[in-house]
Ligand binder design. Structure first.
Ligand code: SF4
Length: 357
């Protein structure tokens, strides 16, 4: 039996757990889930207080990817019923980013499907980055365009990009099981290129693809070695029409243990609950905020999230604050409209309408 208290103490000293300890976190019984969350919360609070960073996804180019990542609704041969469109114009990208920023986001993530950008694509994205930074100098812009070639990260940096995202997704040992068109090493190389160019590296994982506890521990330690500033922990969105469409392995408790394990391994990294938050954590989302310090606001790349207002309510209800919001910011307030929460019953007993059960 591991001592969660000792793991928290070590994490606060920036000492990693052993791999056995990390595996043991994943193996804790559901009965102990509050202890796991409480220990991880000590670490989260030490490094990030009660702040929650809001990130907003803009899908610049959707679907029609030539790569075959099996978890992805935009992959080659995907039958998933997702939007397919080519590059948004600069004006469209700027308008979409502005919507997220108005909703409280402090980072905009500009994402495009594809193996990697051409130099022309980089120029196009650079124009959007410059335009967003001109309108919102305090907002971070992260690009996520796939595998980078030499010089492309520098050009994104010159355009004003703050960060670059490229996820490792799973362990080196199982990468070939989820993708045959590029390698784990390709992904590591792109994160390194982004770092060398001075972009803040963002790299994370996807859980729920049938991986073992060992795979999750391996990818968490690989991320620790890569030292990204931010780590999205995605929970598989099993889209029908993709090879992993039937993979529903995650429980809310499992998601919490995975987040906690990553928190212990990478204590001072921004840990972001990525895609799949609503469908896998469901009513346990607020517990997850005690472990992670960052979420996406609103929708994901090809699937809808809960309404952005519900994300803000979740943060307020859990007693957290949106990072970067001023105290009088409407995103911090408790709103004046609770009246719509009280609805007179008009169904069930005493009515001709079906009951709510
Ligand atoms: S490269 Fe990106 S967009 Fe293409 S299939 Fe893989 S994850 Fe999806």
């Amino acid at each position: 039996m591991i001592s969660l208290e000792a793991l928290a103490e070590k994490a606060i000293r920036l000492e990693p757990p052993t791999r056995d300890e990390a595996r043991a976190v994943l193996a804790t019984p559901d009965d102990d889930i509050l202890d796991v969350v409480a220990a991880a919360f000590r670490v989260r609070r030490h490094f990030f207080g009660r702040r929650v960073k809001l990130n907003y996804l803009v899908n610049l180019k959707s679907g029609l990817c030539p790569e075959d990542c099996s978890y992805c609704s935009q992959r080659l041969g995907s039958k998933a019923d997702v939007l397919k469109y080519t590059w948004l114009s600069t004006d469209e990208a700027v308008a979409s980013a502005a919507t997220g920023i108005a909703g409280g986001a402090r980072r905009v993530c500009l994402v495009a499907s594809g193996r990697g950008p051409t130099d022309r694509d980089v120029d196009r994205v650079a124009r959007s980055i410059s335009a967003i930074k001109a309108d919102h100098p305090d907002v971070e812009v992260c690009a996520c365009l796939g595998l980078l070639s030499d010089g492309q990260a520098d050009r994104l940096c010159d355009a004003g990009a703050d960060a670059y995202n490229h996820n490792l997704n799973t362990s080196d040992a199982t990468y070939a099981d989820i993708c045959s068109t590029h390698t784990y090493a390709d992904r590591v190389e792109t994160v390194d290129l982004a770092k060398k160019a001075g972009l803040s590296p963002c790299s994370g994982l996807i859980a729920g693809m049938g991986e073992s506890d060992q795979d999750l521990v391996d990818v968490a330690f690989a991320l620790r070695e890569l030292a990204p500033d931010s780590i999205p922990v995605n929970f598989l969105i099993p889209f029908e029409g993709t090879p992993l469409g039937g993979e529903w392995h995650l429980t809310p408790q499992r998601c919490l243990r995975i987040l906690a394990m990553v928190r212990f391994v990478c204590p001072d990294a921004e840990i972001r609950i990525g895609g799949g938050r609503e469908i896998h954590l469901r009513s346990m989302q607020s517990l997850a905020l005690h472990v992670a310090n960052s979420i996406f606001l609103g929708d994901y790349l090809t699937s809808e999230g809960q309404p952005g207002q519900d994300d803000l309510q979740l943060i307020r209800d859990a007693g957290f604050v949106v990072e970067g919001a001023a105290p009088d910011d409407p995103h911090e307030g408790h709103g004046d409209a609770h009246h719509d929460l009280v609805r007179p019953r008009r169904r069930g007993a005493g009515t001709g309408e079906a009951a709510n059960a």
